[in-house]
Design a protein around this ligand. Structure first.
Ligand code: SF4
Ligand code: SF4
Length: 445
C-alpha cells in the first residue's frame, strides 16, 4: 500500500499540464536584478558598487548574520545600480542591478556536464562550500542549507528525506529535474548523508510522477542506503511534518522541529544545488521554473538565471493572454499573487501560474454551518473554524496561541474544503504572524 500522512489533507486536481515540457535554458536577459533577500533571515550586504565589473558566480552580497546567505551574480557585466526595488509583493528590497555583457564565468566553476561522484572533502569543507555557494531551501522555504545540515550537537539525525512530492497543483519543475538529472540529485543526497552522519536517505515521490519514480529508482540502485518511497497523491504531502509521518511514521510534536524526531528534509532541487556547489563549485545562479496555466498557449519548464524579470519570462513563454487575470508565484494552494511583474526571480522561485478571472473568482461567503469539514481536512489537527472565529474578534492572541495557531502551515486545505466559502486562511495567516511575534519576544527559559 502506498504511504501517506495520517491526518487530514485534500485531493485537488493536480493539473500537471506542463509535465511533458523538458527543461529549456532560458535566453540571456539585458539586465539582471539580483535581490539581497533570497534566503530566510537577514538580507545579504551588497559588496559591489556602481561601475564594478562582475562575472557569473562572483559574490555580490555577503551574509549579514547566522541565518543569512551569500548572493552571487548570475550574469557577467557592469553594476548599474545598488538600490531598493519592489519585490513580487511590492515590498522594497535591496537589489544589485547589472547590465549584461557577454557570459563570462568565474574560473573556479566547473562548467562541464561530466558527472562527478567522488567527494573527498571533509564534512567541514562540504558545509563551507554549501555556505559559500549560497545554497538555500529551493522548495520555497529558502532556509540556508548549511545551517539545516548542521543541527545542534544535542540533536541527532537518523535519516535524510528528499522531498520530491511536488504536491502543489500545476508545478512540475521538480518532476523534470528528477527525470532529467537523477544521478546528480542523488550524489547531492550522498553528500548530505555524509555531513549528517546518517546511513539512510528516503526519496518521497507522489504516485502521479511515474517517470520521475522510474528514473530516480533506477539511479538509486547505484547508491547505498537510498530508497525511493512512492507516496499517495494527497495534498499537502510535501509538508515537512506530513512527509516525515508518511515515510518514517514519526510525528513531530507541536512546536518541535523535524530534527527533534531525527529527520532532516531537503527538497530535490536543494539536493541538486548541493551537488553543483560541492562537486562543481557552482553557486546558486539559476533554478528550474515552471510557467503554466490553462489559458497559456504553451506550457514550459525553464532553467532561469536568478534575477530575471518575471515580465520577461512571461513574454518568452508566449505572452500573457487577454483573459489572464492573475499571476501566482507558486501553486494555487499556497502560492502568492505577483503584484509587480517587473520584479525579478529569486533562488527559490519554482513556478509561475497564470490564471483567468473565472479561475480566481472568490465564491460568495455564507455563514458557517458547523459541518467540521475544515477540521477534518486540516493536516495539523487544528480547528480552523475556531481559529477564524477567534481571529475575527481581534486581539485574542492568548486564546489563539492555546489553539496552536502557530502550528498552521498555511496549506489552505481548510479554505479549499469549506462549503460556505469562508476565507479561513486570510485571518489565520495575519493572526499567526502576530502570535509568532509575541512568542518570539518572550524571554527564553
Ligand atoms: S491552513 Fe492552517 S488551519 Fe487551514 S488546514 Fe492548513 S494547517 Fe490547518
Ligand atoms: S468547513 Fe466552513 S462551514 Fe464547515 S465548519 Fe469549517 S468554517 Fe464552518
Amino acid at each position: 500500500m502506498k504511504r501517506t500522512f495520517r491526518i487530514g489533507g485534500v485531493h485537488p486536481n493536480d493539473n500537471k499540464i506542463s509535465k511533458n515540457a523538458a527543461i529549456e535554458v532560458f535566453p540571456a536577459v539585458e539586465t539582471a536584478y539580483i535581490s539581497m533577500a533570497q534566503h530566510l533571515g537577514a538580507p545579504a550586504n551588497p559588496v559591489v558598487a556602481v561601475g564594478d565589473k562582475v562575472k557569473v558566480g562572483q559574490v555580490i552580497g555577503e551574509p549579514n548574520g547566522f541565518i543569512s546567505g551569500y548572493v552571487h551574480s548570475s550574469v557577467s557585466g557592469t553594476v548599474k545600480a545598488v538600490e531598493p526595488r519592489a519585490d513580487i509583493a511590492g515590498n522594497p528590497v535591496m537589489n544589485v542591478v547589472i547590465a549584461v555583457e557577454g557570459d563570462e564565468w568565474c574560473e573556479e566553476i566547473d562548467r562541464s556536464t561530466d558527472i562527478v561522484r567522488e567527494c573527498s572533502l571533509t564534512c567541514e569543507e562540504i558545509l563551507a562550500r554549501i555556505k559559500n555557494c549560497g545554497v538555500v531551501g529551493m522548495g520555497g522555504a529558502s532556509f540556508p542549507t548549511h545551517v539545516k545540515l548542521n543541527p545542534p550537537k544535542d540533536k541527532k539525525a537518523v535519516a535524510l528525506i528528499l522531498n520530491g512530492t511536488e504536491c502543489e497543483p500545476y508545478i512540475t519543475s521538480d518532476d523534470r529535474i528528477m527525470r532529467e538529472r537523477p544521478v546528480e540529485i542523488l550524489i547531492g543526497a550522498e553528500i548530505m548523508k555524509k555531513v549528517l552522519g546518517v546511513d539512510k536517505c528516503y526519496v518521497g515521490i507522489e504516485e502521479n510522477k511515474p517517470e520521475a519514480i522510474a528514473s530516480m529508482s533506477a539511479a538509486a540502485e547505484k547508491f547505498d542506503g537510498i530508497e525511493v518511497v512512492v507516496l499517495k497523491k494527497k495534498y499537502p504531502q510535501g509538508g515537512e511534518k506530513q512527509l516525515i509521518d508518511a515515510i518514517m511514521h514519526r510525528q513531530v510534536p507541536s512546536g518541535a522541529l523535524p530534527i527533534d524526531v531525527g529527520a532532516v528534509v531537503q527538497n530535490v532541487a536543494t539536493s541538486l544545488a548541493v551537488y553543483e556547489a560541492v562537486q562543481k563549485n557552482k553557486p546558486v545562479i539559476d533554478n528550474s521554473v515552471t510557467v503554466s496555466g490553462h489559458c497559456m498557449a504553451s506550457q514550459h519548464n525553464y532553467l532561469v538565471r536568478v534575477g530575471t524579470p518575471i515580465s520577461k519570462i512571461l513574454e518568452v513563454a508566449g505572452g500573457l493572454p487577454e483573459n489572464a487575470a492573475k499571476v501566482v508565484s507558486g501553486g494555487p494552494m499556497m502560492g502568492k499573487a505577483v503584484v509587480n511583474l517587473e520584479a525579478a526571480t529569486v533562488k527559490a522561485n519554482g513556478s509561475f501560474l497564470i490564471m483567468t478571472a473565472e479561475e480566481t473568482v472568490r465564491k460568495r461567503e455564507s455563514n458557517c454551518i458547523r459541518c467540521g469539514k475544515c477540521a477534518d481536512a486540516c493536516p495539523m489537527g487544528l480547528e480552523p473554524y475556531l481559529l477564524n472565529k477567534l481571529a475575527r474578534v481581534g486581539g485574542l492572541y492568548d486564546e489563539l496561541e492555546k489553539e496552536r495557531i502557530f502550528d498552521c502551515i498555511e496549506c489552505g486545505c481548510c479554505l479549499y474544503t469549506c462549503p460556505s466559502n469562508i476565507p479561513l486562511l486570510d485571518l489565520i495567516r495575519i493572526n499567526k504572524a502576530e502570535v509568532m511575534k509575541i512568542m518570539r519576544s518572550r524571554p527564553k527559559k
